[in-house]
Design a protein around this ligand. Sequence first.
Ligand code: V47
Length: 372
Amino acid sequence: MEPVIDDQRLKPILEKVERGERLNFADGVTMYRSSDILSIGYMANLVRERMHGDITYFNVNRHINPTDVCVASCRLCAFGKRAKDPKAYTMSLEEVWHKAGEGYSEAVTEFHIVGGLHPELSLDWFCQMLRGLKERFPQVHLKAFTMVEVAFLAQRAKISIRETLRKLIDAGVDSLPGGGAEIFSESVRRIICDHKIDGSEWLKTAQTAHELGLKSNCTMLYGHIETDEDRVDHLVKLREVQDKTGGFVTFIPLAFHPDNTALHHIPKTTGFLDLKSIAIARLMLDNIPHVKAYWIMMTPKIAQIALRFGADDIDGTVVEEKIYHDAGATTSQGLRRGDLLRLIREAGRVPMERDTLYRPVERTETAFTVLV
Ligand code: V47
């Protein structure tokens, strides 16, 4: 049955999607300018079901943020603090290792580790941290350090990014998370995160990681001062790197949370933009296998609906989240495995627990096995 398309500008895009043809920059902008969210969602769902059927992935993970001390002072961020700020914290190695084992009742398969750009913590300190985690939790995948942190550690150690990544891999890094990409437009970056590496350095660091055999995720921060063109340009740039490396596993659109940031005057994103961002990402990023509806950022309610708008992943149990909660997120800090199963099943999808690299996980009460 032919879908009813309200916005006739979407007709040629639908024809391309039905033929499995790549969408171009103008198609992306047309979709962002359209209010016909049901047609955009229909197309994204078509692609999502072509790629994954009803399967919806989740994982049992724990976030660890070893420090919030950060030299960058990005306007978009409520998490980073100056070293002398009385509210700033930096964990000792023992505290990181203790935190890793704390607060969950089910065996986690992934530690997601990111933090501020600390002026004094060295690459060696982080390598020691990784080695200690691997020693204590050998079965847990370490998804650690954004491209921004990798580039900062390289600069501090006065060695290349490639060499830094080699050392991190040797110490136990298994993959990299997708944060810090923000939006690649330089004029926007200058306002929201002017002390961070620029967009081309982020992409180059990702490419180097992929060349060394590491998989990574990628993100886009939207809902601040970027234009529709900036958003589509960001997606196209990720797609170009992916054509070369195939190293991106999952794309996660991240809605800007303004509270407690220097950009607190910007209104929060709407459910409409959140769903459109998931759907347009699914449609534009034809070479990235997974699109994640990060429930912490979208709320479990919108993330659940996103499972019918292009997303095939709802992220994980998380346990303790700081970056979004410092910026005013009202979601809980963690969900239990059973909560994720319910959200997915009620959306009419089939839940599949995965490890970080999307291998199925089977578990008993206290242990898990990754099926390879
Ligand atoms: O790097 C910071 C963004 C990212 C704010 O790879 C903000 O699986 C909104 O990258 N409002 C961290 N966003 C989160 C992240 C992530 C989350 C879940 C899964 C994965 C993955 C990655 O959040 C930061 C930055 O881009 N961010 N401050 C803010 N006020």
